[in-house]
Design a protein around this ligand. Structure first.
Ligand SMILES: Nc1ncnc2c1ncn2[C@@H]1O[C@H](COP(=O)(O)OP(=O)(O)O)[C@@H](O)[C@H]1O
Ligand SMILES: [Mg+2]
Length: 436
């Protein structure tokens, strides 16, 4: 009989003198088993913390220790006990169950007795309890410890990241008057292919096909939209359409993008230290990236002066760059790009700056949130310059169904002949309504 079966078939301690049974508190049993297992199988436990499938091996070991040590906790079957112990050893203890639920986007532990979650956008209190403040504190240190950090009286708050990319913040007494507080923001579900966006209704098939051509012809693309409209998701999908072998450098304030390409380097900014030193900005990283022989540069979001450097990079032969901008329309996006570039170069006359932007950016993809929570690509426009002025041509508009009928002259002059030919065909297909 397997150990698990044995545990199931003898759920409660049934033999022998109950007084002599080694009934102890849950924490006590967990501690005993933890010590025994870490003594002999620390590596396996570490592995199981990252790879969930390894947990069954730990469960088997835990079951063995429970049976051989005749350990028992009232009100818990031995199977439940074994699972609780595995959660403590390899997972996030009492809040581990929430990690399996894709609907849970946020887990908030406000001291040992108040645990809230956000599920499908609704914040709710859960019946979950920790054994005490020490228990919460241990969990916090286990989580942040894997990132080489620690919380204690001298550094009572910390940020860290779980192996799946979820963000963790913890703040403990004396800064917190509510006991140790832990906030986990789940790494949001990422749609990573155009097909997924098509099946979600985010993008029409023919528009998807057009965007694919834009990436393949190495146009410089900006995804624009309000906050939470799915810009980062679309950026991720578009960047994923790069050639597998391209050397792609990703620059972000906080790591969100995950590309399924072979040759990707992720760079992340750093805030200044408590002494006010060591700050590294998107601008710094972008300048550094230019010396790294990139095939493409992807900037998670342009928020300020780095916009100028991105525009400059696009204008100095760095093709296929992509980024996102927080703006509510395509026009608004161009104004934002201009205003943010001015943060870096106040002395450049506005019309000069605008024509730089016009020759740098090729495509603006406008994204919006539809009723019912759906995200849509509502507009795709080509950007260029003619007679020194910034020009914009909408090739797709979900509302007005207004398209330019052919590749605008200002645009075909901007790209190589063979690229112009491919795009001409792509624009025609879009107008005809061709879908793959
Ligand atoms: N195409 C989509 N369809 C449905 N939900 C989406 C889509 N794109 C993103 N989301 C969801 O919307 C939220 C915000 O997405 P994100 O890409 O981070 O937006 P932004 O970068 O505009 O703030 C995430 O929870 C994500 O799962
Ligand atoms: Mg974003």
């Amino acid at each position: 009989m397997s150990l698990i079966k044995k545990l199931e078939s003898a759920p409660y301690r049934t033999t022998g003198n109950v007084k002599a049974a080694r009934e102890r508190s849950l924490e006590d049993v967990i501690e005993t088993v933890r010590e025994r297992i870490l003594e002999s199988h620390a590596d396996l436990v570490m592995e199981a913390r990252v790879t969930r499938s390894k947990r069954n091996e730990v469960l088997a070991l835990v079951s063995e220790v429970i049976v051989s040590g005749d350990l028992y906790v009232s009100r818990l079957t031995r199977k439940d006990l074994a699972e609780r112990i595995v959660q403590e050893l390899c997972g996030l203890g009492p809040i581990d169950e929430f990690l399996d639920d894709p609907g849970v986007t946020e887990i908030m532990v406000n001291g040992p007795n108040d645990v809230y979650i956000e599920r499908d956008g609704v914040i709710q209190k859960t019946p979950v309890r920790f054994a005490g403040e020490q228990h919460v504190l241990e969990l916090i240190n286990r989580i942040v410890g894997s990132a080489g950090r620690r919380v204690d009286k001298s550094s009572p708050y910390v940020d860290a990241r779980l192996p799946d990319g979820s963000r963790v913040n913890a703040v403990i007494p004396p800064l917190s008057l509510s006991g140790p507080v832990l906030t986990i923001r789940r790494f949001p579900r990422r749609y990573s292919t155009l097909d997924e966006l098509v099946s979600l209704g985010t993008v029409e098939p023919r528009v998807a096909e057009f965007l694919k051509t834009c990436v393949e012809t190495r146009l410089d693309i900006v995804v624009s939209g309000g906050s939470g409209t799915g810009k980062t998701t679309t950026l991720n999908v578009l960047a994923n359409l790069s050639e597998k072998s391209e050397r792609v450098i990703v620059i972000e304030d906080s790591s969100e993008l995950r590309l399924s390409l072979d040759h990707v380097i992720y760079l992340q900014t750093r805030p200044e230290s408590v002494e006010g030193k060591g700050r590294v900005t998107v601008r710094d990283l972008l300048r550094n990236a230019l010396r790294m022989r990139p095939d493409r540069i992807i900037i998670g979001e342009c928020r300020g002066a780095e916009t100028f450097d991105l525009i400059s990079a696009m204008n100095t032969g760095h093709e296929g760059c992509m980024s996102t901008v927080h703006a509510n329309s395509t026009r608004d996006c161009l104004s934002r790009l201009t205003a943010m570039s001015l943060m870096a170069q106040e002395s450049v006359p506005l019309n000069v700056l605008e024509s730089w932007i016009g020759s740098a950016v090729d495509v603006i993809v406008q994204q919006a949130r539809a009723s019912g929570g759906a995200r849509r690509i509502v507009e795709v426009s080509l950007v260029g310059v003619s007679d020194g002025t910034l020009r914009l041509a909408t090739v797709y508009d979900s509302e007005n169904r207004r398209f330019c009928k052919e590749l605008p002259a200002f645009f075909s002059g901007k790209v190589r002949k063979e690229v112009a030919e491919r795009l001409e065909e792509a624009v025609n297909a879009l107008v005809r309504g061709d879908a793959p």
